[in-house]
Design a protein around this ligand. Sequence first.
Ligand code: 0RA
Length: 270
Amino acid sequence: MDKVNHEYGAEQIQVLEGLEHVRKRPGMYIGSVSVRGLHHCVYEIVDNSVDEALAGYCKNIHVTIEPGNIICVEDDGRGIPVDIHAKTKISAAETVFTKLNAGGKFGGDSGYKVSGGLHGVGASVVNALSEWTEVTIQRDGGIYQMSFERGKTVKSLERIGDSDKTGTKVRFLADNTIFESLEYEYEVLEKRLREMAFLTKGLRIVLEDKRPQEEIEGETDEPKIKKSEFCFEGGLNSFVEYLNKNKEKINELPIYIEKDGEVPIEVAIQ
Ligand code: 0RA
């Protein structure tokens, strides 16, 4: 890693709590600013929705690559809480997107099952590294919206209408002054989202690419279908069968072990 931060005192720790440091040292938070780090941003936002699914409240996640490489992640979970925090005077939702370690739900020993990654600090990191972010929440009978630019609030959460649904939608445009490229690779996202669906039994994940398909010189191929839908009732069992589908199998059916409890266990061997 870069040679910085020789002296680590209270002042530095203060700085680490804001989002400024995320933009200074993005690699510390998302690994790199290459196309790999770019894809990591999508995973971080999807992870939050998957956590809501693991908590038992979210059944569907839609991920869309919109024209201009805007990412939209929409879930039908409970919606991020919109109530105003008495002390900070900002909504819980805004806190999640503007403060590092805003966890509580996802923090270290909270007892929540989490899908991995940055344990709930992902939303603020992605926000910091995005040219803009727009969050729409349906909850408590209303539709709420807020927006940010490079991690800074430009519109605090406000109620913009009524709704009897619940869920969270996050749209963001990664910052092209941070990332080397903004070109998402459909197949890369597809592989990761398929794995996430396998690992969260019954969760439906849809990926759709709505970018115009440019005509590549000399290519006369039919346009590829850029929509995938994943839902695996069999969980890990389905995953192992998928990994081995073109292999010679020792066991026709995977050996499958599942145990619920404080530390849930799922094992599949074939
Ligand atoms: C904390 C509490 C509650 C919901 C969530 C977080 C939540 C976060 C995300 C992020 C993406 N989608 C999400 N959906 C839900 C709900 C607490 C309650 O209703 O009691």
